[in-house]
Structure formats: structure tokens, C-alpha cells
Design a protein. Structure first.
Length: 143
């Protein structure tokens, strides 16, 4: 399972894992968007696109149900928490609180929710949890 499969690293990772022969569940923010359409068009039937906004617990649970139905009695080899947002880097005084809240909702609470939901499938197969982050937090700000 890869979150943030619509674009960027998550998108490339979904395609790469599919090429390697893995069963891939691509969690996407918009299952009707161009990134999801491109995955469906270019990948094998082993790849499933799942509507999964990591800030939406209902979508996470729905995705979990679809993964369980596909895997049946097998576990999940990995959960790759890749979904993330990075607001425009600028002076902290200029960033609205809504941006801070969205960043935490996606980058922290979304990761926790996805992990907690899929943990039983990881335990079943002694799978692995991969959390992706960026160097964005280390970017210096102008004084």
C-alpha cells in the first residue's frame, strides 16, 4: 500500500513496484484525477487505485476493506506512508493557521490513522512500515 500515489515519489514508486511484480494498492487523493488515470493506463492488473484521502477516516476504512477483500487471507507486505504536504516556505508569521492544521492533518495524523488501520495486515505477514518524509523541514528561513 502506497499513500500519495497521485503524483511525485508515490506515483513513481507505485509504477516501480508494479514493474517488479508486486501487488500494489495506490492510495490516491482523487481516484478520477490524472495521476490515478495514468496508473490505471500504464500499470498491470496487479495495481489497484484506491480513493484514500489520508485525512478522511471513512476513506481509509473503505480502502482497508478493499485491500482485505483482494488479499483474502494474506497479509500486507508493506505500508508506505508517502502522502504529504509542504506549504509555501516563508516567515511563520505569514502562514495562516489553516495551513499549519492541514500540514499536521496530512503529515502526522493521516500517517498515524493509516498505520493504525493497516497494522493488523502488516502483523499478519510480518510486513514493514515505511514513513516517507522530506528535507523541507530543514530548509532555512530568511531572517
Amino acid at each position: 500500500l502506497v499513500t500519495g500515489g497521485d503524483c511525485g515519489l508515490g506515483h513513481a514508486l507505485c509504477k516501480y513496484l508494479d514493474e517488479l511484480g508486486f501487488t500494489v494498492f495506490a492510495g490516491v487523493l482523487n481516484e478520477n484525477g490524472p495521476g490515478a488515470a495514468e496508473l490505471r493506463r500504464s500499470c498491470s492488473p496487479r495495481l489497484s487505485v484506491l480513493q484514500m484521502d489520508v485525512t478522511n477516516p471513512v476513506q481509509i476504512k473503505d480502502a482497508y476493506s478493499k485491500v482485505v477483500a483482494t488479499l483474502q487471507d494474506r497479509g500486507l507486505w508493506a505500508v508506505i506512508n508517502n502522502a504529504g504536504v509542504l506549504g509555501f516556505p516563508c516567515d511563520g508569521e505569514l502562514i495562516p493557521m489553516t495551513d499549519y492544521k492541514q500540514c499536521m492533518a496530512v503529515n502526522f495524523f493521516g500517517t498515524v490513522e493509516v498505520t493504525k488501520t493497516f497494522l493488523p495486515l502488516l502483523r499478519k505477514s510480518k510486513g514493514r512500515l515505511v514513513n516517507v518524509s522530506s528535507m523541507g523541514g530543514g530548509a532555512p528561513m530568511a531572517k
